[in-house]
Design a protein around this ligand. Structure first.
Ligand SMILES: Cc1ncc(COP(=O)(O)O)c(C=O)c1O
Length: 325
């Protein structure tokens, strides 16, 4: 039997975004609040980490080796998940933009040992993680190496379960069956798990992945492969292509939100109190807003994936001076 740890407080709420709807004059919108998974600001990443740590515990691993960019939300989530499961943690990262260190500081606070590569290229990280894990094995440790974002077929199962969770919430009348689900897409595990999981439910929703770091063709291939592997792992056929779409939101670059994307995030903040980060949330939410403004039919479900630590790190500095009254 698996010793899968419980990290996330599930199910996460589904809430109607009626003030946003009024502001846009659009179809019904709902928010799936995975920013509220409840484990150490991990957002969507609490779901795959339950499966990945469960596997590590089943295989008696004593060290989690993983990595991510300097502003990765996965990195501190993984470091903290490792610690609460009794594993040590080592992180491979690359030089960042210099404006954000919150996530890395959180990982260090959890006791993770951080290794900085010379090159800023994030696509070097997974090889370096595998090399570090191999070195630690030679030294007598029992490491588990997890690629960036925890996006493996096993990690994706966390989001396959999230699709079942959503179907239960629809079944219980907490929200109407969505026509479209919009989610930010980075390393692809979340969208892949959802895609695999949706196919196993009665929900007919289409899924839109908003790709923030990979060209759409590459993102599409990663998600399809992981979804097929994830489905196979649970004895189900690969999901068909008809319910899946990917859109390019790389814009000026990874982590750089445009004025339009920032404005959309500001609208989410002021109408629904949503904290949307520049790297993922602002871009995905802006795409949802763009389609809603264009008159798309609802109900639309925006899947809020978290990223809250980054939001706080990127708020403009404020002077502690009030206006004269
Ligand atoms: C806040 C947030 N949203 C979305 C994503 C994208 O998820 P995935 O990497 O599973 O595609 C990430 C990935 O780190 C994230 O941190």
């Amino acid at each position: 039997m698996s010793t899968r740890p419980q990290l996330a407080a599930l199910p996460t709420p589904v809430l109607p975004a009626d003030r946003l709807r009024a502001a846009l004059g659009c179809a019904p919108v709902w928010i799936k609040r995975d920013d509220l998974t409840g484990f150490a600001l991990a957002g969507n990443k609490a779901r795959p980490l339950e499966y990945l740590l469960g596997d590590a515990l089943d295989r008696s691993r004593d060290l989690l080796v993983t990595g991510g960019g300097a502003d990765s939300n996965f990195v501190p989530a993984a470091a903290l998940a490792a610690r609460v499961c009794g594993l040590d943690c080592e992180i491979v990262t690359v030089p960042g933009t210099g404006r954000d260190g919150t996530n890395l500081r959180l990982a260090r606070a959890a006791g993770a040992r951080v290794h900085l590569l010379d090159s800023p290229r994030r696509d070097r990280i997974d090889d370096a993680v595998a090399e570090l894990a191999a070195r630690r094995t030679v030294e007598g440790r029992r490491p588990v190496a997890i690629p960036r974002g925890g996006s493996t077929a096993l990690g994706a199962r966390g989001f396959a379960r999230a699709a079942a969770e959503l179907a239960d919430q629809v079944g219980a009348g907490l929200l109407p069956a969505p026509g479209l689900i919009v989610i930010a897409l980075g390393s692809g595990g979340s969208a892949a798990g959802l895609l695999a999981g949706l196919a196993a439910t009665g929900l007919g929703a289409r899924l839109l992945g908003v790709s923030v770091s990979r060209p759409p063709a590459e993102a599409d291939a990663v998600v399809r492969r992981l979804a097929a592997e994830c489905a196979a792992g649970t004895g189900r056929p690969a999901p068909g292509p008809e319910r899946w779409e990917v859109v390019d939101a790389r814009g000026a670059g990874f982590g750089i939100a445009s004025d339009t994307e920032r404005a959309a995030a500001g609208l989410g903040l002021r109408t629904e109190g949503l904290l949307l980060d520049d790297t993922y949330g602002a871009k995905a939410f802006a795409e949802a807003v763009r389609r809603l403004r264009a008159g798309i039919e609802g109900p639309v479900l925006y899947w809020h994936t978290g990223g809250v630590a980054s939001v706080l790190a990127h708020l403009p500095a404020a002077e502690n001076r009030g206006e004269r009254s």
